[in-house]
Design a protein around this ligand. Sequence first.
Ligand SMILES: Cc1ncc(COP(=O)(O)O)c(C=O)c1O
Length: 400
Amino acid sequence: MQLTDRINRIQISPTAAVLAEAEKLKAKGMDIADFGPGEPDFPTPDHIKKAAIRAIQEDKSKYTPAGGIMPLREAICAWHKRELHSSFEPWECVVSVGGKHSIFNVISVLIQRGDEVIIASPYWVSFPDIVKYAGGTPVFVGTNPEDGFTLRASVIEKAITPRTKLLIVNSPCNPTGGVVPPEEYERILAVCKKHNVWLMGDECYSHFTYEPNKPYSIASAPRAKDKVIIIGSMSKTFAMTGWRIGYTLGPEALIQALIKLQSQSTSNPTSVAQYAALEAMTGTMETVPAMLAEYAKRRKRIVEGLRAISGVTCEWPGGAFYAFPNISEHLSKVGGKQALAKSCTEISKMLLDKAHVAVVPGEAFGAPGYLRLSYATSIERIEEGLRRLERFFARAEAAA
Ligand SMILES: Cc1ncc(COP(=O)(O)O)c(C=O)c1O
């Protein structure tokens, strides 16, 4: 079939592919220790669910303005101001169908053929493909485990060319858990301003940071608003992945362009989900620290468990809910031993087929040698998964 060059430039999200494979096995009745999904295992809080039910009963089921209902745009700005110390006004805010849609739309209106977009690697799977779909060129800058996978201003400055239009910073980062410290983030912003490059801060995991890190937005820096675009989402913070509500905060001209694009594509995000999000932004936040405390326990268990496996190293993630172990020792011949496989993609397949453990291979994030394990799953499942991983790697070692 003759499809556009545009669609042929991108691939199906590799995380979606892993999820689909694990789901197939589960449907056959197999017990899978599933570290695949990047979504909270907690239910959406009750007060948010009730607000949605109320909206349905009150017939709030008509079209809304394409950029979202004004009370929600106001509430997002107020929430962001209170929680992350920014100063956006409702006309500097647009509501979209999840954070991914927000990112897709921002890149669609900012990036065209010839433009370069700097992305920190390891990266969230969708950034490079969205840039390619828009006709731009992703330019990768490395982060590394010795540095807690944080991004450095000096590294970014070296990657900037006259064609650089945008830098994407995802802090806390999926998949590494890396957090950019505020002082470094401000240095990064200064570099962007100096070279007239937009800085897009993806804050989807803003409220899942572990001590000593704290929730932080680059929008709180002095005079940040000239060059900063913020992406936020209800998905992780409020366990609302399926509701599909995200937002963009940025200069009014950009927001107007995003609303124009939505008016000719999706129209408004689902009306009922917008009322649920309005409750998330204005109601109690007590579920957020409760989830964070649970993630902190799981983080400790999974990192310690992974570190105990031979040939595996793992840094402490500073935020989000992913462990990102390096298993490259199992990919190379060492001490006369055979390599277990050629790639982490192969190892992931073996893990699913033989050990019934679902993980995402590092190649999906531009990080061969790594695996991503989401610990948004219960401690019991983490224990079971670790037992299976331990057995798998021990047997592989014995056979090598
Ligand atoms: C780094 C990052 N950004 C954005 C998103 C998009 O989330 P959503 O579209 O559910 O708001 C995700 C989801 O996994 C993510 O990990």
